[in-house]
Design a protein around this ligand. Structure first.
Ligand code: NAD
Ligand code: AHE
Ligand code: ZN
Length: 369
């Protein structure tokens, strides 16, 4: 079939809006019509060329929501008409990872996903006979996309797809990092570095967890208003200080915070985020994605004296079993999503959505097919 799509032909170039060919679902696969998608910083990261797993040409996009159109042989958990959220972290329920009870990372399709192909090693996308890579197992920048059954969460059909698409990455990642990875407790102090969708979702999660103090840190002060609306109590622009930012936070908090979250992808800030944690127990959670070849460092003494460094992927959330309740929480008014949507645009304006993200002028632009 034909599908409207945005093609990333090569790193660093704008996407081309074009009609592509999409092959139907093979065994264990599902054809989905994406109704709405957004641009996450990770799409921009991969398009920049900094992603060691970046494959070109590709159909990017991993934050979306849509409706099942057709299922391949052997698919039993989904049927045409079901509303779904694509998952870049699959959940097969059977692999060593899924059975461990210790992680949301699933190994069922991850190896082929990283190579930009379906589990059988081939692509369902092409343009004028040239094969295009899939991306993060989702490729939501095509109106019609094919995913493994294990990479789709079936959700309530009552929920607006142009809002719950943000549960495909940003909102879930931030809230999950607070609830599942850090397990922030009532009364805790929290520092959040970077106030894009991820950082704001961390702030929302910290407020839900009843943190006593939530320090919002960004070099772009335009982000502070929304951070306040989500529950931040203190606002710090590192550019306003001559001291290292970790020292500023330590001074503000009588020795450091209980939890910090890096939501930027900057390895220097990752170090600051660790070192602004309280001696003896402070935990720092890395959410940001750093470019190829970049490494983190600190004095081991920081860890010897009780600080803990952790990372979080998709907020530790198991998509198929846990994401439906995030959708229900949104529908019941327990979870904010609308506030993250700073722009709504037609899918064809996708390059403008990337520009707004780079310029710090959007949190999430929702693109409508
Ligand atoms: P974003 O671009 O919307 O937000 C980043 C924010 O960081 C911006 O507000 C920017 O002003 C701020 N910033 C940049 N440099 C800074 C500095 N030195 N000090 C303080 N603030 C600074 O991005 P986003 O979509 O919110 O994504 C944030 C990061 O999280 C990206 O690296 C993305 O790839 C990553 N991510 C990871 C996961 C995961 O599962 N681990 C999921 C989604 C996104
Ligand atoms: N491909 C990169 C790493 C990218 C990365 O860390 N991805 C995050 C999700 S970002 C969503 O916006 C993640 O969950 N990673 C776990 C996984 O299995 O990919 C690289 O460095 O190779
Ligand atoms: Zn993302």
């Amino acid at each position: 079939m034909k599908s409207r799509a945005a093609i990333a032909w090569e790193a660093g170039k704008p996407l081309e809006i074009a009609e592509i060919d999409v092959e139907g679902p093979k065994a264990g696969e599902v054809l989905v019509q994406i109704k709405a998608t957004s641009v996450c910083h990770t799409d921009a990261f991969t398009l920049s060329g900094a992603d060691p797993e970046g494959n070109f040409p590709a159909v990017l996009g991993h934050e979306g929501a849509g409706v099942v159109q057709e299922v391949g042989e052997g698919v039993t958990s989904l049927k045409p008409g079901d509303h779904v959220i694509p998952l870049y972290t699959a959940e097969c329920g059977q692999c060593k990872f899924c059975l461990s009870g210790k992680t949301n990372l699933c190994s069922s399709v991850r190896a082929t996903q990283g190579k930009g192909v379906m589990p059988d090693g081939t692509s369902r996308f092409s343009k004028d006979g040239q094969s295009l890579h899939h991306y993060m197992g989702c490729s939501t920048f095509s109106e019609y996309t094919v995913l493994p059954e294990v990479s789709l969460a079936k959700v309530s059909s009552e929920a607006p797809l142009d809002k719950i698409c943000l549960l495909g990455c940003g909102v879930t990642t931030g809230i999950g990092a607070v609830m599942n990875t850090a397990k922030v407790e009532p009364g805790a102090t929290v520092a959040v570095f970077g106030l894009g969708a991820i950082g704001l979702a961390v702030i929302q999660g910290a407020q839900m967890a009843k943190a006593s103090r939530i320090i919002a840190i960004d070099v772009n002060p335009d982000k502070f208003d929304l951070a306040r609306q989500f529950g931040a109590t203190d606002f710090v622009n590192p550019k306003d200080y001559s001291d290292p930012i970790q020292q500023v936070i330590v001074d503000l908090t009588d020795g450091g915070v209980d939890y910090s979250f890096e939501c930027i992808g900057n390895v220097n800030v990752m170090r600051s985020a660790l070192e602004c944690c309280h001696k003896g127990w402070g935990e720092s959670i890395i959410i940001g994605v750093a470019g190829a070849g970049e490494e983190i460092s600190t004095r081991p003494f920081q860890l010897v004296t009780g600080r803990v460094w952790k990372g979080s992927a998709f907020g530790g959330v198991k998509g198929r079993s846990e994401l439906p309740s995030y959708v229900d929480d949104y529908m019941n008014g327990k979870l904010k999503i609308d506030e993250f949507v700073t722009q709504d645009m037609a899918f064809e304006e996708i390059n403008e959505a990337f520009e707004l993200l780079h310029a710090g002028k959007s949190i999430r632009t929702v693109l409508h097919y």
